[in-house]
Design a protein around this ligand. Structure first.
Ligand code: B12
Length: 286
C-alpha cells in the first residue's frame, strides 16, 4: 500500500501542510511514523478521510488517480446514464474516473455494483441481445468495469489477520464480473478476498476451502445450470463445516436454492456487504 507524506496529501487536497499535520495530531486522520519520526499516511487512510469528510481532491495525480480529473471537471459522475455511454464507447480511463469519483463522494462499493454498474451492464445487454456487433462491446465493457472495480480495490487493504472470504462462479458459467464484484465488496468490508473466478468446478472449491479455511464462501451463478450441477453446488454450500457461512447469489441463484434445502440466498452486493461486515474485525480507531 502506497504511503503519502503530509505534504503530498496536503497538495492533493489543496490545504496547507500544517493543517494536515494538525489533523493527524488531533486523530482526524491516522498517520504512522517512519524510523526518522516523519509522518506517513496510507493511501487507504487518505481515501477513508476524503470519503468521510467530503474533502475535494484538487490534485488527483498525487494520489495516483489522474483519471479523476476529467470526471470531476465535467461533473459527469453525477449522472448515471453517462457511465453507460462511457462503457459503450470503450473509454476505460473515463470509466475508472467515473467510478472512483462516485466512491470518493461516499458511495460504497456495493452501492456502485448494485446501482450504476449493474444498470449499465443490463442496458448494454438490452441494446443488442447478443447480436454480432454488440458482443465485442459487451466483452470490452466487462473488462472496463473489472478494471474500475480493481482500481477501487487497490485503495483498501484488509489486515493480514482478517478472516478470509472465498468465492467463485460455477463450472461452465463464463460470467466474470459478478464474482469479481463480490470479492471487492467483501474486501471493502475488511475481509481478505480470494476470488476463484468464472468456470470453477466444485472439486476446485473443495480444495480451496481446505487450503484457505474461509469464514465466508460465496457462489455467483449467472448462466443456467443443469439440475445435477445445481444440486452438487447446493449440497456443497449448504453443508460447509462450521463456522463457515455459505451464500449463493446471481441471476441463477433460485435454481441452486431449489436444488437442496438450507441454501442461503443473498440477493444483492449490499446484502453481502452487511454479512461480511459482521465477520470483519472492528476498525482500529486512530
Ligand atoms: C456481458 C454479458 C455476456 C458476456 C459475459 C462476459 C464475461 N466473461 O463475463 C458473454 C458474451 C460471454 C455472454 C454470453 C451469453 N449471454 Co450474456 N450478457 C452479458 C451482459 C450484457 C452483462 C452481464 C453482467 O456482467 N452483468 C452485470 C452483473 C453484475 O449483473 P447481475 O448478474 O445482475 O449481478 C447482480 C446481482 O445478480 C447480484 N449478484 C450476482 N452474483 C452475485 C453473487 C453473490 C454472492 C451476491 C450476494 C450477489 C450477486 O449482484 C450483482 C450486482 O447487483 C448481460 C446483461 C445483464 N442483464 O446482466 C447479458 C445476458 C445475461 N446474456 C444473455 C444471453 C442470452 C447470453 C447468451 C445465451 C448469448 C448467446 N446466444 O450465446 C450467452 C450465454 C452464456 C452462458 N454460458 O450462459 C441474456 C440472458 C437472457 C436470459 N433471459 O437469461 C442477457 C440478460 C442479455 C439480454 N438482455 O439478452 N453474455
Amino acid at each position: 500500500m502506497r504511503l503519502l507524506s503530509p505534504r503530498e496529501l496536503a497538495d492533493a487536497l489543496g490545504v496547507s501542510e500544517s493543517s494536515l499535520k494538525r489533523w493527524a495530531d488531533a486523530g482526524k486522520i491516522h498517520a504512522s511514523r517512519t524510523e526518522g519520526g516523519h509522518r506517513r499516511i496510507a493511501l487507504s487512510e487518505a481515501v477513508r478521510f476524503i470519503r468521510a469528510t467530503g474533502a475535494p481532491v484538487v490534485r488527483p495525480d498525487l494520489l495516483g488517480m489522474p483519471e479523476l480529473a476529467a470526471s470531476q471537471q465535467d461533473n459527469i459522475a453525477t449522472d448515471d446514464g453517462s457511465l453507460l455511454a462511457l462503457l459503450r464507447t470503450g473509454d476505460g480511463r473515463a470509466v475508472k474516473g467515473w467510478v472512483m469519483a462516485r466512491y470518493l463522494a461516499g458511495a460504497s462499493v456495493a452501492e456502485l455494483c448494485d446501482g450504476p454498474i449493474r444498470a449499465a451492464m443490463h442496458a448494454l445487454g438490452e441494446l443488442w441481445h447478443h447480436e454480432a456487433d454488440g458482443v465485442f462491446i459487451e466483452h470490452r465493457a466487462t473488462d472496463l468495469a473489472l478494471q474500475a472495480i480493481a482500481h477501487l480495490r487497490g485503495t483498501f487493504e484488509p489486515p493480514e489477520t482478517a478472516p478470509i472470504a472465498l468465492g467463485a462462479t460455477p463450472e461452465d458459467d463464463p460470467y466474470i464480473l459478478p464474482s469479481f464484484m463480490a470479492a471487492a465488496v467483501v474486501a471493502a468490508a475488511g475481509l481478505r478476498a480470494v476470488n476463484l473466478g468464472a468456470d470453477t468446478p466444485v472439486t476446485a472449491l473443495k480444495h480451496a476451502i481446505a487450503h484457505h479455511r474461509p469464514r465466508l464462501v460465496w457462489i455467483s451463478a449467472s448462466a443456467p445450470l443443469p439440475p445435477a450441477r445445481a444440486r452438487e453446488i447446493a449440497t456443497f454450500i449448504a453443508n460447509l463445516p462450521a463456522p463457515m457461512i455459505g451464500v449463493v447469489g446471481g441471476r441463477q441463484r433460485g435454481a441452486i436454492a431449489a436444488a437442496y434445502p438450507g441454501v442461503r440466498v443473498v440477493v444483492s452486493m449490499t446484502e453481502l456487504a452487511a454479512i461480511a461486515q459482521q465477520l470483519a474485525p472492528p476498525l482500529v480507531e486512530a
